[in-house]
Design a protein around this ligand. Structure first.
Ligand code: MN
Length: 285
């Protein structure tokens, strides 16, 4: 199944070129304190049988005519993996603009970082380029969407806790501040175009990644080159904090990162997951 959020908070199932509006199947109530995590992903798990038996009966629209929003709105956290491809570590260590004097070694020495939820946008939005005088770089990544509470998970069980996958962009202002700060600018976490449920992905550790800017290829790799693979990232993250439904793990970017500018069109492709397209716009003055 492919789940989208579209036309400002409608929820849908994508089937070929159509979006079926399943918003009416959800309980959209307010509760305080809200259970941790994203309410919709929690319900996508609970309502799986209901949704799978009735989505085809719902009204539908042409996919090409809807506005695609980020499929995740309220994760309890967005987790990033800083240096998870060998060739990207080499590239970062060779580029002073990226390393700002640090030497990158291995992911288990740097750990993971969190990106602010307020940085999340979807395909119909724009990456709003912050700070004209500083570099904003693209990073294409496979994003893992957690489906149920996960704490101290062992790698052999890790995929049981996955709901699905998205394509994602971990946009980054280059500089010396903590990554969580530089990667949390409004609009610097792009998720989409939909969540593909895990049953459609035979092996998340063998997916081609491709990123183009204005049609020019910048990044091309495969998740088989991940240093910490998807299972290890879930094991590692959940040994520090509980993961909740809707939490996002961005698995890291391969080599080929580079700057983007206002007017650019970024296309990020994760094989079998989806193609995420977004423009780069001006930071609002
Ligand atoms: Mn990244």
């Amino acid at each position: 199944m492919r789940y989208v959020r579209f036309n400002h908070n409608r929820l849908g199932v994508v089937d070929n070129d159509r979006v079926f509006d399943i918003t009416g199947l959800f309980k959209l109530t307010e509760q305080w304190p809200a259970p941790a995590g994203d309410m919709i992903v929690r319900q996508l798990v609970e309502l799986e049988t209901v949704i799978s038996s009735s989505w085809k009966d719902q009204p539908s629209l042409l996919l090409s005519e809807v506005r695609l929003d980020s499929p995740i709105t309220n994760p309890s956290k967005v987790i990033g993996a800083p240096i998870n491809y060998k060739a990207h570590i080499d590239e970062a260590n060779a580029d002073a603009e990226i390393n700002t004097g640090k030497t990158y070694t291995s992911i288990d020495q740097f750990g993971l970082f969190l990106k602010a939820n307020s940085s999340i946008v979807g395909p119909a939005d724009f990456v709003l380029r912050r700070f004209d005088e500083r570099r904003t770089d693209h990073e294409v990544e496979l994003a893992v969407i957690i489906g149920r509470e996960a704490k101290d998970v062992k790698r052999e069980d890790a995929l049981d806790y996955v709901f699905g996958y998205c394509a994602s962009l971990d946009m980054t202002v280059r500089g010396s501040e903590f990554p969580c700060f530089r990667k949390s600018v409004d609009s610097y976490t792009v998720l989409g175009p939909w969540i593909v449920t895990k049953d459609e992905i035979a092996d998340p550790n063998n997916l081609d990644l491709l990123l183009t800017v204005n049609g020019e290829q910048r990044q091309k790799s495969n998740t088989s080159h991940l240093i910490f693979d998807v299972q290890r990232l879930i094991e590692y993250a959940s040994s520090f904090f509980t993961l909740h439904p809707g939490d996002v793990i961005m698995t890291g970017t391969p080599e080929g990162v580079g700057p983007v500018f206002v007017g650019d069109k970024i296309v990020a492709v994760v094989d079998s997951v989806g193609t995420l397209e977004i423009g780069v716009g001006h930071w609002p003055q």
